[in-house]
Design a protein around this ligand. Structure first.
Ligand code: APR
Ligand code: ZN
Ligand code: ZN
Length: 361
């Protein structure tokens, strides 16, 4: 039996998205049918709409989601109808070289649902990041579902499925921030603020937030920034060094994805410090770094892919911290909206008015 539901579709490059009927098949082997409860609006959805990721239109957008399992395929034992889950981009195989070496986030054989969701006329849809959760229901690989405590508000929980996990993981996993560290975060959108929250969780003593907008710096304080620097008015490298006794921060997290901010992060790092790149650059972006500085400063230049997260390890743990009041996931939810308001949410995101707009179903 197929399910007819509403979904947010991007039909062509840059065209406004629209709510249309989507046909979702019953789950086959290895698959799960999920009733979406909430799904955050992310830059990646906008990039899909604008043709910046692939040309496989039409897309079913949405990928930062939490929901309730409605049905599972015949061979699925790890999940059951009624489970409250957070969705992740790809189910890892557990057996490839990366998985076996303990780096499942670089899995070579990760999976999404095999069956296709379609428009009413049978046109196959490409689900954003293998999820497609701006819809009443979606079909995913069972391994894309991670069970978490159902006491969590879906709007807050779903955010762990993408941007907020990327930021928290950049601090906790990639940057390995530890108690007493000084941390600087460049770019205080949803991802940067999540990195700040992660640094606070890890016990960082000093958390320096850098942005070009005062409004963003005010929000950053709510997540744990102890100092703020407006880099449109002040040289951020000099400011970070001054705030760290002349040295630079132990961990600098770049959460913008631009050459100039990467360069600032490079120079704002203490000797033997760590630079974490979590902002996503475009293919054209390049930087030039003096090799002697790379050598002389030591430490590590790292990129953080999806916060180097392991959903089965990190999602339940972070939901528990949230339910204990130690991680304010709800603070990332700037507004809750309906499916019809996704296009308007893209505009708000573009204008920097929100951390996250979240579709609630
Ligand atoms: N210096 C400092 N901050 C900057 C600069 C700059 N030159 N340019 C932009 N910013 C700030 C913006 O003011 C904004 O607060 O960076 C922040 C970016 O936040 P968002 O646009 O909300 O993006 P976010 O969702 O946080 O993602 C940031 O991480 O995962 C990636 O694809 C994502 O590349 C994007 C980045
Ligand atoms: Zn995303
Ligand atoms: Zn694998």
């Amino acid at each position: 039996m197929a399910h007819e539901v509403r979904g947010v579709i991007a039909r062509g490059k840059g065209e406004p998205v629209s709510v249309e009927t989507v046909v979702v098949p019953d789950p086959g082997p290895g698959e799960a049918l999920v009733q979406v409860r909430a799904c955050g609006v992310c830059h990646t959805d906008l990039h899909y709409r604008d043709g910046g990721i692939t040309d496989d239109f039409p897309f079913l957008l949405g990928h930062e989601a939490a929901g309730v399992v409605e049905a599972v395929g015949p061979d699925v034992t790890a999940l059951a109808p009624g489970d409250f889950v957070i969705l992740n981009w790809r189910a890892v195989c557990g057996q490839c070289r990366s998985c076996l070496r303990g780096r499942p986030w670089y899995c070579f054989d990760s999976r999404n649902a095999v069956q296709k969701m379609t428009l009413a006329d049978g046109t196959e849809l490409t689900p954003a990041l293998g999820i497609g959760a701006f819809a009443d229901k979606t079909l995913v690989a069972a391994g894309q579902c991670t069970k978490v405590d159902p006491a969590a508000d879906p709007a807050a929980a779903g955010l762990l499925g993408c941007g907020v996990m990327a930021g928290i993981g950049a601090a906790l996993n990639t940057g390995a921030v530890t108690r007493g560290d000084s941390v600087a975060v460049i770019g205080c959108g949803g991802v940067g603020d999540a990195a700040i929250a992660g640094a606070r969780l890890a016990g960082a003593a000093k958390i320096i937030a850098v942005d070009i907008e005062d409004r963003k710096l005010e929000w950053a304080k709510d997540f744990g920034a102890t100092h703020t620097v407006n880099s449109a008015k002040t040289d951020p490298v000099a400011a970070i060094r001054e705030l760290t006794g002349g040295f630079g921060a132990d961990v600098v997290i770049e959460a913008v994805g631009r050459p100039e901010t990467y360069e600032q992060a490079f120079y704002a790092r203490d000797l033997a410090g760590t630079l974490v790149l979590v902002g996503v650059p475009t293919p054209q972006m390049k930087i030039e770094l003096p090799l002697l500085e790379v050598f002389g400063r030591g430490g590590a230049l790292k990129s953080s892919w999806y916060g180097d997260c392991l959903p089965s390890r990190d999602f339940p743990m972070l939901i528990d911290l949230y339910l204990q009041g130690r991680l304010d996931l709800a603070a990332f939810v700037s507004e809750t909206i309906a499916l019809e308001e996704v296009e308007a949410a893209f505009d708000k995101m573009h204008r920097g008015e929100v951390l996250r707009s979240v579709v609630v179903l």
